[in-house]
Ligand binder design. Structure first.
Ligand SMILES: Nc1nc2c(ncn2[C@@H]2O[C@H](COP(=O)(O)OP(=O)(O)O)[C@@H](O)[C@H]2O)c(=O)[nH]1
Ligand SMILES: [Mg+2]
Ligand SMILES: [Zn+2]
Length: 301
């Protein structure tokens, strides 16, 4: 606690007029109210705030520290809503089966991370159902483009310690289709997964309307509520190509400077695909995203 009674805290969940915060020198969440007159969008999970402790169980959020990369949802009428703040890692969760694997969605999410200069990480679940061979085949595609891959089985704990080490000092966001295992992973890491769990730390019922956050040492992990936020902006083919890092070098050798790597003759990117130096599935995703960067790939439509 500083002289003026303010202390630094991390926001882990946000309700209507209050937020759950964990002070930097504590481990238990506290329910804090927003200062009078504050808009309730003032804070989002991942925010660092200055909180004022009024008495034993009354804490008021005074101010929000400047944010790093913040995930934004576009709402109707061109408005935006912040969903999670200070993120440096996008942990893409994909199940090998059930729901079926959508590699275009994985590639779109990895491209999103590259675009926003946050680190992608791929978490593959349900290898116990799909088989180790399938897991290894997919993992090798992404390790070849420098995306770390962890095969996880939350119930048995497989991969959980690897993941904990991988995100120990990171600010990560879990993203993926419903049913792939995000909440299971979040719980296996010790995250507080349901509002009911949170309510034992404070009085009254609170509805959590946004993502939840688990602290992991210096780092944190947010169990994100959806994947609609992660669509790419409309962009020309050369910009999409830049987001597929393995295309960057071959693209400099295409016959035409403005090659889209689709049907142009003398395309070094397509040659690299034919020679097996770029994965066919990655190239297919590239072509699909060029055709429609904003499609909600892999989501139930
Ligand atoms: N067999 C198997 N089931 C899993 C695995 N990971 C998650 N599940 C199950 O998949 C279902 C959906 O998981 P959940 O964490 O709710 O997914 P979410 O919708 O992404 O949060 C649950 O029944 C989990 O127990 C895995 O690696 N293997
Ligand atoms: Mg879930
Ligand atoms: Zn080309």
């Amino acid at each position: 606690v500083s002289d003026d009674g303010l202390r630094r805290a991390r926001v882990i969940a946000v309700g209507r007029n209050s937020a759950w915060i964990v002070a930097e020198d504590e481990t238990e969440p506290r329910l804090a109210s927003l200062r009078k007159g504050a808009r309730h969008e003032m804070v989002v999970p991942g925010d660092l705030v200055n909180a004022r402790v009024m008495d034993e169980d009354r804490v008021v959020i005074d101010s929000v520290l400047p944010r790093g990369f913040t995930l934004v949802r576009r709402t109707g009428g061109g408005r935006t809503k912040s969903m999670a703040a200070n993120v440096d890692t996008v942990a893409v969760v994909a199940s090998l089966v059930d729901p079926p694997l959508h590699l275009t969605m994985v590639d779109q999410l990895v491209a999103f991370a590259v675009q926003h200069e946050v680190d992608p990480l791929l978490l593959l679940t349900k290898a116990d159902l799909a088989g180790e061979e399938a897991a290894e085949r997919i993992a090798s595609i992404y390790r070849a483009v420098d995306v770390p891959v962890i095969v996880l089985q939350p119930k048995t704990g497989r991969g959980i310690e690897d993941l904990r080490a991988q995100i120990a000092s990171r600010h990560a966001l879990l993203v993926g289709n419903s049913g792939v295992g995000k909440s299971s992973i979040f719980r296996a890491l010790g995250g507080i997964g349901v509002v009911g769990d949170l309510s034992r730390f404070g009085r009254g019922r609170q509805t959590t309307t946004s993502a939840r956050l688990a602290r992991l040492g210096e780092g944190f992990l947010i169990d994100s509520p959806g994947i609609g936020e992660f669509t790419l902006d409309p962009m020309p083919a050369n910009e999409v190509g830049w987001l597929f890092v393995e295309m960057r070098e071959p693209a400099t050798r295409c016959r035409f400077k403005n090659c889209r790597h689709l049907t142009e003759p003398g395309c070094a990117v397509r040659a690299a695909v034919d020679e097996g130096r770029i994965a066919r599935s990655r190239y297919a995703s590239y072509a699909e995203i060029v055709a429609n960067p904003q499609a909600p790939y892999g989501t139930e439509r």
